[in-house]
Each structure stands twice: as structure tokens, then as C-alpha cells.
Design a protein around this ligand. Structure first.
Ligand SMILES: Cc1cc2nc3c(=O)[nH]c(=O)nc-3n(C[C@H](O)[C@H](O)[C@H](O)COP(=O)(O)OP(=O)(O)OC[C@H]3O[C@@H](n4cnc5c(N)ncnc54)[C@H](O)[C@@H]3O)c2cc1C
Length: 415
């Protein structure tokens, strides 16, 4: 498939684009966004192969190039179609789908992808632990085989959306006698199973979007394993590559997100000051350059699983988001130091019919956006780790010293 789309010229008129355009017309004719319930719209979108166009037919796709995802997104945005399923189920749609597609069985693909896309089933990612974040391969949660099941014990932390999730993407240690990367196995876990205990963690915005999750003798059928026993590291890498794209390299309309918020704040608080205007123009240009770079990378993507370009975009986006939200708060003067509504503890609610409630409402405040942006250089892999990846995989610099790489995990010193 060699069709291309460009932000300026629009889609080429090749047969693949034409098929996508015709499916889009059918979707929008049969399910007008203004009068359709969002979950019904998303179901039809999946059934017409417009959920992930590069996935096979029958599994939410049309077997076409991933470059055409951008065309679908653009047309749906133009039609004002509901697209907030990607936010409500950011981990499922943004990370789980690509992981299941790359490593799942046919039964798993048939079972999980559609309710994931329609947000009937929310997903979370159970990777980080109190003793394993950047060094994910060092994790301690164990899974022990008993007959046709695995018994899981351990603790995960910073688990976004765990309190709302039906399913989790779980990495466990199944062999402590081999080096850390080789003894991991990846499962889908039922978050409603006996022994799963989800407890909220409150953050500086006052919300509790993430949680700590305890597993005590949780039984997982072997049919919920993703890929081979011991292949968990490679499955986890697929999830993380998709995560960096989902977080930092999502294609968005011009002037949306943090820069849109900064412009609104400037109109209210800073428009008389020429220095503030110059700074806004600089940030706008940077945001636009980042947006176009992401679009170009997305449209040039040949393979299903993204490469290190996701790390570049994530790194740039984290820095820029922090800078833009700091600018907006500074424009507000003293007012910028106060959180509207105070620091009441809330939990992000999810309503597939009306969109992401609390998140959308409070996201409109520069103060909340400023505080939330602090997490951008931590979540999905820290900026230091992104730089390591870029140094090693893109620039070809020497790797970090990895002294425990060949040591059995059980012999690696831990606190
Ligand atoms: C908002 C938010 C949501 C999150 N959601 C999830 C989720 O849903 N699921 C999940 O599993 N996790 C989630 N996380 C956790 C996140 O992935 C980890 O916080 C992150 O990977 C860093 O791990 P850590 O916190 O253990 O920090 P550490 O790994 O302990 O790092 C501490 C500091 O050391 C630096 N550092 C560590 N190693 C190196 C190195 N080799 N070279 C240079 N510097 C280094 C780091 O950059 C950082 O500054 C979330 C985090 C946040 C903030």
C-alpha cells in the first residue's frame, strides 16, 4: 500500500482511500453524529472497519495501511462525530488494542476489541510497582502455574482507570531463575476477580485518576495469557510503544489542547502586553510544528507497531505542555495560584453518552492543566528514559551500563 495523505493536499484518490471515504459516508449517513448515541456510533464504526483501518476485516479494520487512520480521524472531526472513546478508554484503545492485535490469539481478538472500542469495557495497565517503574523488567508481582490457571500475588501502583476497569494488562514474573527480561509473562486480568483490591491514590489536582492495586491469590485462566510464557517483555514493549504514541503523538486539530487554553487565557488576562503576545506566538508556532510533525509521522507509518518516533513525540509534547500551561498560569497573576473549586478530592467519571465529565470540565481551568502537566514527563516513561531510548535507538549512542542484564532475577540486589 503506497497511498499517502498530506495535511495540505488532503488524501490521495487511490482505491484504498476511496474505500475508506465510502465507508465513512455510509457511517455518517446511517448514524448521523447529531442524533446517534455515541456507543452505537462506535459499534457501527468498528463494524465498518473504521476503528483501526490497518487491523483485519471483522476486527475493526479493513486491512489497509495505518497511514489511513489519520484520514478517518480527520473526517470524523470534520463531521463532529463522537471521538471521546479514545479518551475514556485511552489505555484499551490506545495501547491494549495494538498489543492484542500483535500478540493475542484469534479468540482474544474476537472477544476483546469491539467492547473495548465502544467503551463497554474499560481497560487499565498494570505495569508499574513500588519497586519497578523505569526499570519495569525488575518487577516482582508473581504468577505461579496451577493446572490450567495462574495464581497472581503482588502490588501494582499508579494504575490509571483501575477503579473503572473491567480488564487489566498485567505483566508478572513467572521465572525468577533467569535474567529479569526473560522471566516475564503477560496476562489479561479480570479486574472484578476475587483477590483484586483497587485503592485510589490522590494527586495534586485533587483527583484520583490512578490507584494502587493489590493481587492476593488471584486466579487467571491460561486462556488469558498473551503470547508465550516468558515472552512478557516483548509484549510489554508493544504496549509501551503504543502508549507513547497514544500519549504524545495523537493527532489533534490545530489550536486545540494546551495551546488553545493558553490563547483563551491570553484573551482574558494578557492581550494588552506585547511581551505576552510575543511569547504566545512563539508557543503557538512550537505547538503547531509539533502537531504537524506528529501528523507527518503518523501518515508515514508503515508498520502496525510504532517505533521510537513515539518517544520523540512524547518527549517534545511533555516539555511543551509544561511550558504552555506555566505560561497560562503566569498570565493570570495571583489568580493563577488558586485552584477554582479548591482541592476537593474527586474521581474522573466516565459517561460514554456525554463524554468525559470531570476531566473535561476541570481540564478547562489553566490551574488544573498546569498541575496535571507536571505528570507529563513521568507518565508513559519519564523524559530521561525517552532520551535514553532516542540516544540508543535513533542516534546510535553507546547504551547505558546494564550490570544486571545477565544475572538471574533472584540474585539481583533489591531494597
Ligand atoms: C499520571 C500518571 C499515570 C500513570 N499511569 C500508569 C498506569 O496506568 N499504569 C502503570 O503501570 N504505570 C503508570 N504510571 C507510572 C509511570 O509509568 C511511572 O511513574 C514511570 O515509569 C516512572 O517510574 P517511577 O515512578 O517508579 O520512577 P523511577 O523509575 O524510580 O524514576 C525516578 C527518577 O529517576 C530517573 N531515572 C530512572 N532510571 C533512569 C535511567 N536509567 N536513566 C536516567 N534517569 C533515570 C527517572 O527519570 C525519574 O526522574 C503513571 C504515572 C503517572 C505520573
Amino acid at each position: 500500500m503506497s497511498e499517502t495523505t498530506t495535511p495540505d493536499a488532503g488524501p490521495s484518490a487511490g482505491p484504498d482511500s476511496q474505500l475508506v471515504e465510502s465507508r465513512l459516508r455510509q457511517l455518517l449517513d446511517e448514524h448521523p453524529p447529531a442524533t446517534s448515541e455515541a456507543p452505537e456510533f462506535w459499534g457501527a464504526q468498528f463494524d465498518l472497519g473504521l476503528a483501526w483501518v490497518d487491523f483485519p476485516e471483522g476486527l475493526g479494520g479493513l486491512g489497509l495501511s495505518p497511514k489511513l487512520r489519520e484520514l478517518v480521524d480527520r473526517r470524523l472531526r470534520e463531521a463532529d462525530a463522537p471521538m471521546w472513546n479514545k479518551r475514556l478508554n485511552v489505555i484499551g484503545i490506545g495501547m491494549g488494542a495494538g498489543t492484542i492485535m500483535a500478540h493475542g490469539t484469534d479468540e482474544q481478538k474476537q472477544r476483546y476489541l469491539r467492547p473495548m472500542f465502544t467503551t463497554e469495557e474499560i481497560w487499565c495497565q498494570l505495569f508499574s510497582e513500588p519497586g519497578a517503574g523505569s526499570d519495569l523488567a525488575g518487577l516482582s508481582t508473581t504468577a505461579v502455574k496451577e493446572g490450567d490457571e495462574w495464581v497472581v500475588n503482588g502490588q501494582k501502583v499508579w494504575t490509571t482507570l483501575a477503579h473503572l476497569s473491567k480488564w487489566g494488562l498485567l505483566v508478572t514474573r513467572t521465572d525468577a531463575d533467569v535474567p529479569k527480561h526473560k522471566g516475564l509473562t503477560y496476562f489479561i486480568v479480570d479486574m472484578e476477580a476475587d483477590g483484586v483490591d483497587v485503592r485510589p491514590l490522590y494527586q495534586i489536582t485533587g483527583e484520583a485518576e490512578f490507584n494502587e492495586v493489590y493481587f492476593t491469590d488471584v486466579h487467571i485462566p491460561d486462556s488469558l495469557r498473551l503470547d508465550e510464557v516468558g515472552a512478557g517483555w516483548s509484549v510489554a514493549m508493544t504496549t509501551l510503544m503504543n502508549e507513547r504514541v497514544a500519549i504524545g503523538a495523537a493527532t489533534v486539530p490545530r489550536g486545540s489542547g494546551a495551546i488553545g487554553l493558553a490563547v483563551r487565557t491570553w484573551k482574558e488576562h494578557g492581550s494588552a502586553d506585547p511581551v505576552a503576545r510575543d511569547e504566545l506566538a512563539r508557543l503557538w508556532a512550537e505547538a503547531e510544528a509539533a502537531r504537524l510533525t506528529v501528523m507527518r509521522a503518523s501518515e508515514n507509518r508503515e508498520a502496525g507497531t510504532p517505533g521510537p518516533e513515539g518517544s520523540t513525540a512524547k518527549l517534545a509534547w511533555a516539555d511543551l505542555n509544561k511550558e504552555i500551561t506555566a505560561y497560562a498560569v503566569e498570565l493570570m497573576g495571583h489568580e493563577g495560584t488558586l485552584m477554582p473549586g479548591g482541592y476537593e478530592f474527586t474521581r474522573t467519571d466516565v459517561d460514554p453518552h456525554t463524554g468525559p465529565g470531570v476531566e473535561a470540565a476541570s481540564g478547562a481551568s489553566p490551574q488544573r492543566a498546569f498541575l496535571r502537566a507536571r505528570a507529563n514527563s513521568i507518565e508513559g516513561g519519564t523524559s530521561e528514559i525517552m532520551k535514553n531510548i532516542l540516544g540508543e535507538r535513533v542516534l546510535g549512542l553507546p547504551g547505558e551500563p546494564r550490570v544486571d542484564k545477565d544475572v538471574p532475577w533472584k540474585d539481583v540486589p533489591r531494597s
